[in-house]
Design a protein around this ligand. Sequence first.
Ligand code: XUL
Ligand code: CO
Length: 447
Amino acid sequence: MSSEFFPNVAERIGFGGLTSTEPLAFKVYEPDRMVLGKRMEDHLRIAVCLWHSFNWPGTDVFGSGTFDRPWLEGTAEPMEAARAKLEAAFEFIAKLGAPFYCFHDRDIAPEGATFAESAANLDAMVDVAAEHMERTGARLLWGTANLFSHPRYAAGAATNPDPEVFAYAAAQVRQMLEVTHRLDGANYVLWGGREGYETLLNTDLRREEEQLARFLTLVAEHKHRIGFTGTLLLEPKPQEPTKHQYDYDSATVQGFLARHDLLDEYRVNIEVNHATLAGHSFHHEVATAIAIGLFGSVDVNRGDYQNGWDTDQFPNSVDELSLALYEIVRTGGFTTGGFNFDTKLRRQSMDRYDLFHAHIGGIDTLARSLLVAADMIESGTLEGPRIERYAAWDTGIGAEILGGGASLAQLGDRVAAGGIEPRPRSGRQEELENAVNQRIWSADRQP
Ligand code: XUL
Ligand code: CO
């Protein structure tokens, strides 16, 4: 059974090293390799997503599915098809050696004619998923509910003008939160795909914010009621499918959580291509989320610099990811989070083995970036200059200002009396850029 869908990969993708000519082998990623005292696998906490990789047939807005996906074809019985899909997914996850996976309720079980039927389908498929997890050792990084595909959610879920839609969404999240708890998920994600607006002409912003806050409060209450100890994560995105999404970016989410007394309950799941859609770099979103105490997990992909939409491509830039890894690792790394491959193959990558090539390349890119980050941390490439840049704030007038020991008038008087004469200093940007590049080019390589 376990070789049914991917017979060309015998058991487990192996490690080939940088000189390997075997495409189906890792060049850098070695799960047991120790980096800064921790296994590579435990630093990166890689997850495979079931939606783009196992549910999506390669359709786009102009054309039908192109992918070779035997598990999506040829059965009239939706529950039978759902079982085949899970078999393919867990065969892939085990052969890739990914420790985690993620799914929406609708990824693993078909929607029924009534809510009760959908719920029963999901419960039945969760039993099947639990068996696969037991057999393969794969764990759940996060679960989530699909509150955006069905027409009932066209005007939003929690922010819908119809409270019955709010109730329906609540029912879905209640079940998925309990399912995530049952499967021992490390996190629960809420991406507000249609929590936003298409036009302000028909939108009451004040009401919609209140509705969203109520919804997220109910979710947090239920989490505690059932004893789920995983992290609740909001996934910021500025737009697409809606013109504007309320969870625009990490800083916007922080303001929302603060306004509604929810800062202790939620963290963010940052997605690379969502950061760039918001006009930020991924590095910015990671550094900001860490600085404001909201960093949780990552959906790792990339956009296309010529396109203004969410292309969700597999990550392949060590230059960009090294900086993000640096921020994550130097501040202690993931706790419950990880790197989820919320990634899409290109529509012409039709072969089912393209899924392996794409994940292998993405995981190697992360592994290489981790080595660069570790190297930057060990050599103090950025930390030394950063500490030095702010050192004056630790003593003298700096400490006095921050400690509240100087009023505006007192500062004014002291400057007027002379003796305070700021001397601008270089930010050393190019020097630091060179230092980072040097680490990228030279950081510990495999033999
Ligand atoms: C959409 C997106 C979603 C969430 C989960 O852009 O990223 O796949 O990650 O609903
Ligand atoms: Co995502």
